[in-house]
Design a protein around this ligand. Structure first.
Ligand code: BG6
Length: 483
């Protein structure tokens, strides 16, 4: 397979919070990998801007260390690293005051694509947006990139949207949900809309139910303070799992243009039924011999924050009425596994008789690990002795199917940042989409708070609370095993 890397046009990317964790862990190593792939032009510049009193050399040293730590050995070429670092600059800035802004204004070129990455807390969004205009740095085509959490409820999300809208048009705002940058997530759209095979049966008549799982083995670690104000509902369901649900459930957009896709996702969110309290299981992990409990990382020994959620979601539209989507996500589970699994219905009548057994088709779309797809089909068990049916996988791991380059999947951030430079918003959330997601989430969270509901404890290294198994058992279904 020949890889086709199309260089983007020249740009100046300013990373506010350029010395922070996200910039060092994801954004700059991702940009380095794009540079290595030949996608970043030689005159593009990345300008770190933060409070620390660094200069270009100090910033480059810091990013060299980040590359050593976060880029795999096979991609670290000293010459390429030097060339990449030469394109990095740094300027100290005070987001809440005027210091540093005039220097930044002189640094940023006017005749190339300008992107401003707000890798800072949302409380600074307004300050940055206003000062970019006040100091005449941004123009009508500049792009800004913001990260989740985009608000913590509908009201705060609306306020953030309003703050950004004071300075930038919607076509300039790139709200990142890094799940949309994952290779398989985009492949889901291709599988659905570039094959004749699936779309005719992609509905409640042929699909029994859908399971979406994002299981993690890590705990909240040092992020206890943030997580306690967030929980799995705000941290994972409202954004990542909701996006996966939308892409699985949406109608075919008329083209792959940003608004065509985002309009369809929005319609799905608006068609979600309110979730009844007995359709959700919340869990919180205990300690084991090796690691602390959730509570140990929380600032509140009585914390009722959930590190696990399993829920049943119904979509009230013609395509999906009667076919539930079961979502589940949790930390400190027995495996790291993210997948969307479509369980088809059984055939209406088996001509082979009951004793032959029957199996329903299952299409699993794996986001991580080993990205790929697996379709289980029913065949005859080989050998004499009558017709016995078994289901076998038609497995397509991208790495196997496409050779080494199939395995060389860019990290979500790499793709998303290049999309910002290209001016393509398809894989970014629109303001109304984020608000609709909060409008659906808020009553669920408010219900827990007003009733004083507590999450149930679960043991680390398991699949989560027993109650989550019951959620499916009572519907006569079972979760896929977390591996
Ligand atoms: C982040 C959440 O958005 O996604 C984290 O804040 C979570 O809590 C992470 O661990 C999971 O991302 P990935 O790409 O590792 O599945």
């Amino acid at each position: 397979m020949v890889s086709r890397v199309i260089p983007v046009e020249s740009f100046d990317l300013v990373i506010f919070g350029g010395t922070g964790d996200l910039a060092r862990r994801k954004v700059l190593p991702g940009l380095y990998r794009r540079f290595l792939a030949g996608q970043m032009p030689e005159d593009a510049r990345i300008i770190g801007a933060a409070r620390s009193d660094l200069d270009d050399t100090g910033f480059r040293d810091m990013i060299r260390e980040a590359i050593d730590e976060f880029v795999s050995d096979d991609k670290r070429d000293p010459k390429v690293i030097d060339a990449f670092l030469a394109q990095l600059h740094y300027t100290p800035i005070d987001a809440k005051g005027e210091d540093g802004w005039d220097t930044l204004a002189k640094l940023v070129r006017k005749d190339v694509v300008q992107a401003f990455y707000f890798s800072v807390g949302p409380s600074l969004f307004g300050d940055l947006a206003t000062r970019l205009h006040k100091h005449k740095i941004a123009n009508a085509e500049s792009r800004i990139v913001v990260e989740k959490p985009f608000g913590r409820d509908l009201e705060s999300a609306k306020a953030l949207n309003a703050v950004l809208a004071d300075s930038f048009d919607e076509h300039q705002i790139y709200r990142i949900d890094h799940y949309l940058g994952k290779e398989t997530v985009q492949n889901l759209m291709v599988v659905r809309f570039a094959n004749m095979l699936f779309e005719p049966i992609w509905n409640a008549q042929y699909i029994d139910h859908v399971q979406i799982t994002v299981a993690e083995t890590v705990g909240v670690g040092g992020r206890g303070g943030y997580y306690d104000k967030s929980g799995a509902m705000r941290d994972m369901i409202q954004n990542h799992l909701m996006q996966l649900l939308c892409l699985t459930a949406m109608e075919p957009p008329s083209d792959f243009e940003p608004d065509a896709v985002r309009d369809e996702k929005l319609k799905v969110i608006r068609a979600l039924d309110p979730v009844k309290p007995d359709s959700i299981v919340r869990g919180q992990y205990n300690a084991d011999e090796d690691q602390d409990s959730y509570i140990a990382h929380s600032e509140n020994p009585e914390s009722k924050t959930e590190s696990y959620i399993a829920m049943k979601v119904d979509i009230s539209n013609w395509r999906w009425k009667g076919t539930p989507f079961y979502l589940r996500t949790g930390k400190r589970l027995k495996g790291r596994m993210s997948e969307i699994v479509v369980h088809f219905k059984e055939v209406p009548h088996s001509i082979f008789g009951e004793e032959a057994g029957s199996k329903a088709n299952v299409l699993a779309i794996r986001l991580q690990p080993d990205e790929g797809m697996d379709l289980r089909v029913t065949i005859k068990e080989p050998g004499p002795g009558g017709m016995r049916l078994v289901d076998v996988p038609l497995d397509m791991t991208f790495a196997d199917a496409l050779g080494p380059e199939g395995a060389d999947v860019p990290d979500a951030y790499e793709r998303l940042i290049m999309d910002v430079i290209r001016g393509n918003q398809t894989l970014f959330m629109r303001g109304d989409e984020v608000e609709a997601a909060w409008a659906w989430t808020d009553p669920i969270i408010n219900g827990w708070t007003s009733r004083g509901d507590k999450p149930v404890p679960y043991d680390p290294g398991t699949s989560g609370p027993e109650d989550a198994l019951m959620l499916l058992h009572r519907d006569g279904r079972r979760w896929r095993e977390i591996k």
